[in-house]
Write a protein that binds this ligand. Structure first.
Ligand SMILES: NC(=O)c1ccc[n+]([C@@H]2O[C@H](COP(=O)([O-])OP(=O)(O)OC[C@H]3O[C@@H](n4cnc5c(N)ncnc54)[C@H](O)[C@@H]3O)[C@@H](O)[C@H]2O)c1
Length: 358
């Protein structure tokens, strides 16, 4: 199998964690008879410095040609005072829009060696493993009319049928590969748009009779995620609710440096860590590469259909953490402090060990 991957390392630690991702990606692909051709391009502050814009048409074209896009992170102090549309972060929105990435997927999985560092008690957090599907290109962030004057401010939450159907299909398909429980989160007791959301999810659900649907109000969901996170398997929700729920879900399970994500559309897919460019530690070989490596695992699963590779990468991360290796951001328990490169090397070694024991 041959695949093309566009690499957008970006700024700050984006370039460092991208190095880790690329090493691991090529290493793993060889074991699965997969040839990956990569094309690297500038995006963010580095692109502004070189071309006067944070995202060139050429970079977007490279992404259009690829089977998957890997993104590090963009931004930094140097570009903070630029006009809004020239800021590195503006490139993120433009790229997601250009690629039609309408679903953001964030796993909330707790690694056994981290159960003590969560803000939740061990018995509550232990065994937590769910995924949040957040609608990314619709809802109240984009609905018209919107605006404000001296007397009022207003936004519009609107969802078209096709927008709900396409994310629901993605979420049901993943639920089928997991514990077969889909929680659809809304505010149907108050909002008509949520009543419509619920109705369409139920209709789509008829095509997935093996998946159980739970409808849950968003306020209750926020409470349940911290009260009993183990009850969840796959959560699907709108843009605004997903923004909040995915942040809560992410932070109960780990630090920023540990959280991967995927953004998927009809044709394109982009994988990136949740964290930013961390200018405070950039260039020091201190960044935690696990979020980026976890994003590569998601790419193997969702874009290349190699779920087995994704599971083994996850296990290699878990084993490395169990062995006590820690980057600076996760060393609260005084483990064996390692650099970005060393952490990457250990994860690759552990991948080999686990792969050979298969
Ligand atoms: N998707 C993206 O590219 C993205 C996301 C968020 C922020 N940003 C941008 O990144 C820049 C910095 O933003 P910020 O400081 O608010 O957020 P940040 O995520 O870059 O950093 C927050 C804190 O977490 C630490 N941290 C983050 N990732 C880490 C990792 N992998 N390993 C170790 N420590 C890590 C940082 O050192 C910092 O102390 C800004 O320009 C912001 O706009 C970009």
């Amino acid at each position: 199998m041959n695949k093309k991957v566009a690499l957008l390392p970006g700024d700050g630690i984006g370039t460092e964690v991208m190095n880790s991702a690329v090493k691991l990606m090529h290493h793993v692909s060889k074991k699965y008879d997969l040839t990956i051709e990569t094309t690297e391009s500038l995006m963010g502050g580095c692109s502004y410095d070189a071309h006067g814009t944070p995202l060139t048409d050429e970079t977007i074209d490279i992404c259009y040609q690829a089977d998957a896009v890997l993104l590090g992170a963009v931004g930094g102090y140097k570009w903070e005072d630029l006009e809004h549309h020239l800021k590195p972060e503006a490139a993120l929105l433009k790229l997601r829009k250009s690629l039609g990435l309408f679903t953001n997927i964030r796993p909330a999985k707790v690694y056994p060696s981290f159960v003590n560092s969560s803000s939740l008690k061990e018995e509550i957090i232990k065994g937590t493993d769910f995924v949040v599907f957040r609608e990314l290109t619709g809802g109240i962030y984009f609905g018209k009319p919107s605006g404000y004057d001296e007397n009022k401010g207003f936004n519009t939450m609107v969802y078209e049928k096709y927008e709900i159907e396409r994310i629901a299909h993605q979420a049901f398909k993943v639920a089928q590969k997991r514990k077969k429980v889909l929680t659809s989160v809304d505010k149907a007791n108050v909002l008509e748009v949520s009543q419509f959301w619920r109705k369409i999810v139920a209709e789509v659900g008829k095509q997935y009779p093996d998946v159980k649907i739970n409808n849950m109000y968003v306020d209750n969901t926020a409470m349940q995620v911290v009260r009993d996170p183990k009850q969840f398997d796959v959560i699907v929700t709108s843009n605004l609710f997903g923004d909040i729920i995915s942040d809560i879900a992410g932070m109960i399970t780990g630090s920023l440096g540990m959280l991967p994500s995927a953004s998927i559309g009809e044709k394109y897919a982009l994988y990136e860590p949740v964290h930013g460019s961390a200018p405070d530690i950039a260039g020091q070989n201190k960044a935690n590469p696990i979020a980026m490596i976890g994003s590569v695992a998601m790419m193997f699963d969702l874009s290349f259909g190699l779920q087995d590779a994704a599971i083994l990468i996850e296990k290699a991360i878990e084993k490395t953490l169990d062995q006590g290796y820690r980057t600076v951001d996760i060393n609260q328990d005084g483990g064996n402090l390692v650099s970005t490169d060393e952490m990457t090397k250990k994860i690759i070694e552990n991948f080999d060990t686990i792969f050979n024991q298969k």
